[in-house]
Design a protein around this ligand. Sequence first.
Ligand SMILES: [Zn+2]
Length: 305
Amino acid sequence: MSKKYAIGIDLGGTNLRVALVSRDGRIIRKIKTPTSEEILDSIFKATGDLFSDNIEGIGLGIAGIVDRKSGRILISPNLHVVEKIDIVNEIKGKFRVPVFIENDANAAALGEKWVGTGKDFSNFVLFTLGTGIGGGIIYNNKLFNVSAEIGHMTINTHGEKCHCGNIGCLESFASARAILTKAVSILEKGRESLLREYCGGNFYKLTAEDIYKAALDGDSFARGLLRDAGKHLGIGIANIINLISPEAIILAGGLIGAWDIYVQEAIKEASRRAFKELFDMVKIIPSSLMDDAGIIGSAGLVFQV
Ligand SMILES: [Zn+2]
């Protein structure tokens, strides 16, 4: 008889999330801990805490380019340590159940398709908007097994060097890291802003939430930063609409907290740049699973949803 649960693991640059997930996509228990250098030990410990005879398998979502044949991570710009580990075989060896691996944003897209905002769409693209920008594509009701590195599409011939080594990437204009880097460099040049008070002069303490709060408090500098990032996000969205003509674009990640400035600007820019006929057909909507999409989707790999 098939077993009741799977374990879903979402390994990002900041947090490791591990969850026990039921066959119908419900989280039974979850564990969240900061990502450490001792990645395998942390995974073994959290997984061990949730493991039982009732586990069908383990699904793993990791930020980076996945080689699905070997089960290894070819490159992970924000988490280089995983490139050296034979992670699938290590976990298989320890727990003796099938282990599946996917890119973290792809896994999140699968989670949204299974039990989230994407449930009723056959074709959609998920953008994860956080420290970096990731993407996942659901095509004809299935996870499209491609890299979907949406954050690294070139949207400008100039710009800061991205973690991937390229310049002009969407991520280096529209991510939380990009917004904060730009904020700090301009504040250091003496720009007046409420943000100075928020961080007591230590600009490196600023967060994306601070920028949004300052924007809501009427700070024109903070508002300008979010609008500029949103405008670049809109270029990325327009490219995806013209390329894939999805039914929906689902937005997830911490930055969608700034929906009414950052995302609204993106929608406006995308409407200017995409084919009108395609833009009129797409719904641009928030994720319902948010941070849980990755662990749910990783478990979904096991159940082959
Ligand atoms: Zn890049």
